[in-house]
Design a protein around this ligand. Structure first.
Ligand SMILES: Nc1ncnc2c1ncn2[C@@H]1O[C@H](COP(=O)(O)OP(=O)(O)OP(=O)(O)O)[C@@H](O)[C@H]1O
Ligand SMILES: [Mg+2]
Length: 308
């Protein structure tokens, strides 16, 4: 039986308008043709290096893109379009985001009040106490202000904000930086628990190893493109992966030999024609300079002219 789809993004494009030389306006495409699905009970990780468009994806879904951004494509939540009015009504309730930046916390509000959004009924307080115990946060922290917390505590407070709502869709944008490895793993396990309880979870991270420990599927981002959508078990061996970039990420993992490839991800302004990875790819041929379709291969998706 097909599991319930919580979030479906179809052909999302995000671009920025920029002015060059005075009045000439140009469009800077930062996310191109992104499609992904998150089912109920599923944890999907989006993995990509800095600047690949991960936060913009989260902001696009949450309806909080900056004013100069334009978004195209379709976002469906529980099968219905997620337009501005609907996301405004569901944001912070059924759909929650753990933002990348800790500056989303209100510096002038006590942590406990902030997490409970001002509601102080005993039931909510009991729930908050339970969440704090789970994250190893002392009860006193509820009476503190954000500036009094360490980096790791701030992260755990931000995760608590998402957990209190019993959300159906959770989008966590880099929820683990600043946490030591054990705490980072624990945080990922808490998101896993949310998925196991029936939520759809989208985790955004640059840490492939951490993602592979807990997620069901991994989407590989590169310069605004999704190059691959693979099941976690596909990462057990290189040959079950589809895209040369994903294979390169696999070879760069410590247990697979730490082999790094040369070069860097291109910036949007210097994007090559065709495949964005082509300049670094050992399999690159003339075919890679044209349009590259995103297609299904062996139960996953890949944006490459070759099958594996
Ligand atoms: N307001 C903006 N105006 C113009 N370009 C922007 C704006 N915000 C982001 N960008 C560009 O969009 C691209 C993607 O940014 P984004 O923040 O989504 O990356 P990211 O994958 O989340 O990176 P990181 O891992 O560092 O958080 C970057 O090249 C960035 O420079
Ligand atoms: Mg980001």
């Amino acid at each position: 039986m097909e599991k319930n789809t919580i979030l479906e993004i179809r052909n999302m494009n995000i671009s920025f308008s920029q002015y060059q030389k005075g009045t000439k306006q140009t469009k800077l495409p930062v996310i191109r043709d992104l499609s992904l699905t998150v089912h109920q009970g599923e944890m999907v990780a989006v993995v990509g290096s800095s600047g690949s468009g991960k936060s913009l994806l989260a902001h696009g879904v949450m309806g909080i893109l900056p004013y100069n951004a334009e978004m195209g494509g379709q976002i469906l939540y529980c099968g219905e379009p997620l337009r501005e009015k609907r996301i405004c009504a569901l944001r912070g309730k059924e759909i929650v985001m753990v933002p990348q930046s800790t500056s989303y916390l209100d510096p002038l509000m006590k942590v406990g009040t902030q997490i409970c959004k001002g509601k102080k009924d005993p039931e909510r307080k009991k729930k908050l106490d339970g969440i704090f115990r789970r994250y190893g946060l002392a009860e006193e922290v509820q009476e503190q202000y954000p500036f009094e917390l360490s980096g790791g505590m701030t992260r755990r407070v931000m995760i608590s904000t998402a957990m209190i709502e019993e959300p159906k869709l959770v989008i966590a944008d880099e929820p683990t930086p600043g946490l030591h490895l054990k705490a980072a793993k624990r945080a990922m396990e808490h998101f896993r628990e949310l998925a196991d309880m029936g939520a759809g979870v989208l985790i955004i991270t640059h840490d492939l190893e951490l993602a592979l420990e807990t997620a069901d599927r991994v989407l590989v981002f590169y310069a605004g493109y999704t190059l691959e959508d693979a099941k976690t078990e596909d990462f057990r061996q290189e040959k079950t992966l589809r895209h040369p970039y994903t294979k390169a990420l696999w070879r760069a993992m410590p247990q697979n030999g730490f082999h790094y490839i040369d070069g860097v991800q291109p910036y949007v302004k210097d994007m090559p024609e065709g495949c964005p990875f082509a300049p670094r790819c050992e399999k690159c041929t003339e075919k890679c300079r044209g349009e590259i379709p995103y297609r299904e291969v062996n139960g996953g998706y890949v944006r490459c002219v070759y099958d594996s």
